[in-house]
Design a protein around this ligand. Structure first.
Ligand SMILES: CSC[C@H]1O[C@H](OP(=O)(O)O)[C@H](O)[C@@H]1O
Length: 350
């Protein structure tokens, strides 16, 4: 699989990201030099996808810290907490953002003899977060692949591909690995309004990998399931609660309800870094609400709605655990027990 890297730390202590807002028409890389650059890139979804956001935040925190001088390790530590709080506020729903910054905090709280030693350790931890994510996504792909017929029809939502992670993606990982193993998946990618991650990113990534992909509007997902074209639905996630309730791109929960109606397996592909066992149920997950202009203005040359119309633009929704067939992590496939309950904590702490 030819890998398209979406987040990279350079030797010049800068962060380079693939600007995902310009895909598929332009493959443009932006250089981020400050915490403000990183914050704005995450808010604008230039870098997006829960794991990729975490990696960008870890790299971004390091890049910001490395560009200043410090009188002492305590001075650097104080500034780390300022940068952590600032970057953590960029997007609230994907837990990987805070998870990655807390990984750096675990480094900061150790005892360090010099500023240089601590900065080096922070860079290495950020690099390890990226390397780990690639290994995790490949493992998710292998576990998911084992569940799928060689010629399965797959429905995807939003984009949980290689560019949303360090490599492979989560929901798309089995598709890339299957392609390498000679599988002939037929993928239906729904466009995923309002930001069209399915049309712009998933269709693009699958075409780049020569995987059969058909783009559909979100409101066509039901008919492709009714017509028997879909053998399984694969989605990513932004935060999985302790009971298995899952926050993912807006529209996911509706897909799960339709899948339940047609008896189609609904799989959540979840790195354990996206599981938040401190969050007991989906009701506790903060849902980011974004600017309504993404609905009315982003893709249209002419007005698509009356001027001044009210909008409501929740970027995510929560799929109830009762609608999820299995949660696939790097540790394996987690099915609900006989009472329909997911023992997520046990699965995470293997
Ligand atoms: C492996 S990416 C998970 C998740 O992230 C996406 O959200 P966004 O495009 O807003 O960053 C989407 O919900 C994906 O399913």
């Amino acid at each position: 699989m030819s890998h398209i890297e979406s987040v990279r730390l350079t030797d010049e202590q800068t962060l380079v990201i693939l600007d995902q807002t310009l895909l598929p028409g332009e493959t443009t890389y932006n250089t981020l030099r400050t915490k403000e650059d990183v914050f704005n890139a995450i808010v604008a979804l230039q870098v997006r996808g829960a794991p990729a956001i975490g990696i960008a935040a870890a790299y971004g925190a390091y890049v910001e810290l490395a560009r200043h001088s410090y009188a002492s390790v305590d001075d650097l530590t104080r500034y780390f907490y300022e940068v952590k709080a600032y970057l953590a506020a960029s997007r609230p729903t994907a837990v990987n953002l805070v998870w990655a910054l807390e990984r750096l905090e675990q480094v900061v709280v150790q005892s360090w003899s010099s500023v240089e030693e601590l900065l080096l350790a922070l860079r290495e931890e950020a690099e390890e977060i990226r390397r780990e994510d690639a290994r995790v996504c490949e493992a998710i792909g292998r576990h998911a692949l084992a569940l799928l017929p060689h010629d399965a029809g797959i429905l995807t939502h939003c984009n949980a591909g290689g560019i949303a992670t360090a490599k492979y993606g989560t929901a798309l990982a089995p598709l890339f690995l299957g392609k390498e193993a000679g599988y002939s998946f037929r993928v239906y990618a729904d466009e995923t309004r309002p930001l069209l991650q399915g049309a712009r990113l998933t269709a693009w990534e699958l075409q780049q990998a020569d995987i059969d992909v058909t783009l559909i509007c979100d409101n066509m997902s039901s008919i492709v399931m009714q017509q028997g074209k879909v053998d399984a639905i694969l989605v990513g996630c932004d935060r999985v609660a302790a009971n298995g309730d899952t926050a993912n791109k807006i529209g996911t929960s509706g897909l799960a309800i339709i899948a339940k109606h047609y008896g189609i397996p609904f799989y959540v592909c979840a790195p354990t870094s996206t599981i938040d066992v401190a969050c007991l149920t989906g009701a506790e997950i903060e849902i980011e609400e974004r600017n309504g202009a993404e609905i009315t203005d982003t893709w249209y040359e002419k007005p698509m709605a009356p001027a001044g119309v009210k909008t409501y633009n929740p970027a995510f929704d929560v799929t109830d655990h009762s609608l999820i067939t299995a949660i696939i992590t790097e540790n394996g496939v987690l099915y609900p027990d006989e009472n329909g309950q997911f023992e997520v904590r046990q699965h995470v702490e293997v």
